[in-house]
Design a protein around this ligand. Structure first.
Ligand code: NDP
Length: 447
């Protein structure tokens, strides 16, 4: 069978065995489409059925999460943890609380995480989890009771050498605190390294909160420098206004770029003077309110309902909200508006059709599994500090993050070159991540 036929047969089996999980199919397709040259160069991977094994999670956990709201009404949510692959280290990846969460989303995120974690060069495998719980409009005590119930099942699957969750959409420092508190209570162990993204008061690490956004911007900076440009003076659009978006906006601003628009799930904000990060933090991190409130503090800005953020003309786009937020029409609007570089802060925010539009227009494109790896890299640094009972300064931690992002950029760039696809960061990231996982799996034998 030719390499192409082998890949098609494997993809058909993935679709058949995981029905209705469109996001997972999409993530697998993207990786399989890139790795053919690596498979042709390494027949031992096919012989050991490495791809078939990589596409099947090692373990999938689905559980009931009962909890009681402030009025005494009982609610039942569903919890998930997909432990995809531990060839490189304990399962590592965030938890997402959002009403759209189902097994297919968690599987796609977990699959992506595996290659992303490999690219960081740190000893961490791939996992992801979450729940269809919607934290919006819930009181702090309701969120706490939910987190406690969630952890009451999940704890038995975790451990610093087994599986180490962190945050994602809807799960930030507050939620990690409640989850850690319940883990400690149930196990009677102060196991700092069992969760990352912890508060600084009890084992959290400097720069973890900033790391995904900062890291994506460091990657953008490297990509632009390689092309003889920089972020300085560039007009930038960032989608979302959560953890990743806020710190991407902050770092773009540090590096001299001007972020003229950002968004949330209801609409988008335009501020031609540059989005003010402190106002954004006050609204989103402190008050957990709508982005629409920004206009009260900065009356020259405008807030529009709907998905129009990608219609704002810009030179660099950094999507930091959610998967499939840029389709072909939105990609075309970005190209028409003069966008020359797209860097994914979110996981898989561009659809395959959007990625094709960017490729045809010669737009430089950085996939999330490389560009947003700064978050998990900082998590691995948090685990390292926990294990050595140490804590590093902000400056040193940021410097480590910057070096890691520079290294990820360099290896994606070099791998794309090695396989005759210069400048193709998607191929570079997929092939390099895949090779690292495949080599470890071969070494471990058939497990
Ligand atoms: P947050 O929950 O902090 O923020 C998410 C932001 O995106 C919010 O502004 C939210 O709007 C908006 N959003 C969420 N869902 C949708 C949707 N369906 N349509 C439109 N807007 C939406 O999450 P994070 O910032 O942590 O995560 C953002 C992305 O980055 C995700 O793809 C995540 O997987 C990825 N990522 C996160 C990492 C991390 O360290 N946190 C690490 C690597 C990747 P609203 O404010 O209205 O809720």
């Amino acid at each position: 069978m030719s390499t192409r036929d082998t890949i098609e047969a494997i993809y058909a089996a993935v679709v058949r065995r995981n029905p209705g999980e469109g996001e997972f199919h999409q993530a697998v397709r993207e990786v399989l489409d890139s790795i053919a040259p690596a498979l042709a160069a390494h027949p031992e991977y096919a012989e050991a059925k490495i791809i078939e094994r990589i596409c099947e999670p090692e373990r999938q956990i689905i559980f009931r999460v009962p909890w009681e709201d402030d009025r005494g009404e009982v609610h039942i949510n569903r919890g998930f943890r997909v432990e995809f692959n531990s060839a490189l280290g304990p399962y590592k990846g965030g938890l997402r609380f959002h009403p759209t969460v189902y097994l297919g989303i968690v599987k796609f995120l977990s699959f992506e995480q595996l290659f992303k974690n490999a690219l960081t060069g740190m000893p961490i495998g791939g996992g992801k989890g979450g729940s269809d719980f919607d934290p919006k409009g819930r009181s702090g005590r309701e969120v706490m009771r939910f987190c406690q119930s969630f952890m009451t099942e999940l704890y038995r699957h975790l451990g610093e050498y087994t599986d180490v969750p962190a945050g994602d959409i809807g799960v930030g420092t507050r939620e990690i605190g409640y989850l850690f508190g319940q883990y400690k209570r149930i196990t009677n162990r102060y196991e700092s390294g069992v969760l990352t993204g912890k508060g600084l008061a009890y084992g959290g690490a400097q720069v973890r909160k900033e790391a995904t956004g900062y890291g994506a911007v460091f990657f953008a900076d490297e990509m632009l420098r390689t092309a003889g440009e920089s972020l300085d003076g560039k007009r930038v659009v960032v989608s979302g206004s959560g953890n990743v978006a806020i710190y991407a906006i902050e770092k773009v601003t540090h590096l001299g770029g001007v972020v003229i628009a950002c968004s949330d799930s209801s609409g988008y904000l335009r501020d031609d003077k540059g989005v003010d990060v402190e106002t954004l933090k006050e609204i989103k991190e402190v008050r957990r309110a709508s982005l629409a409130e920004y206009v009260a503090a900065r009356p020259h800005a405008t807030y529009m309902p709907g998905r129009g953020v990608w219609e704002v003309p810009c030179q660099v786009a950094i999507p930091c909200a959610t998967e499939n937020e840029i389709d072909a029409a939105e990609a075309t609007a970005l190209v028409s508006g003069g966008c020359a570089a797209v860097v994914e802060g979110a996981n898989m925010p561009a659809t395959p059709a959007a990625v094709r539009v960017f490729a045809e227009a010669g737009v430089r494109f950085a996939p999330g599994k490389a560009a947003n790896a700064g978050g998990v890299a900082a998590s691995a640094l948090e685990m390292q500090q926990n294990a050595s009972r140490d804590s590093w300064s902000f400056t040193y931690s940021e410097q480590r993050l910057r070096e890691i992002m520079r290294d990820i950029h360099a290896r994606c760039y070099a791998t794309a070159d090695e396989y005759g696809m210069p400048g193709n960061y998607v191929a570079g990231a997929n092939i390099d991540g895949f090779r690292l996982v495949a080599e470890a799996m071969l070494a471990h034998g058939l497990v």
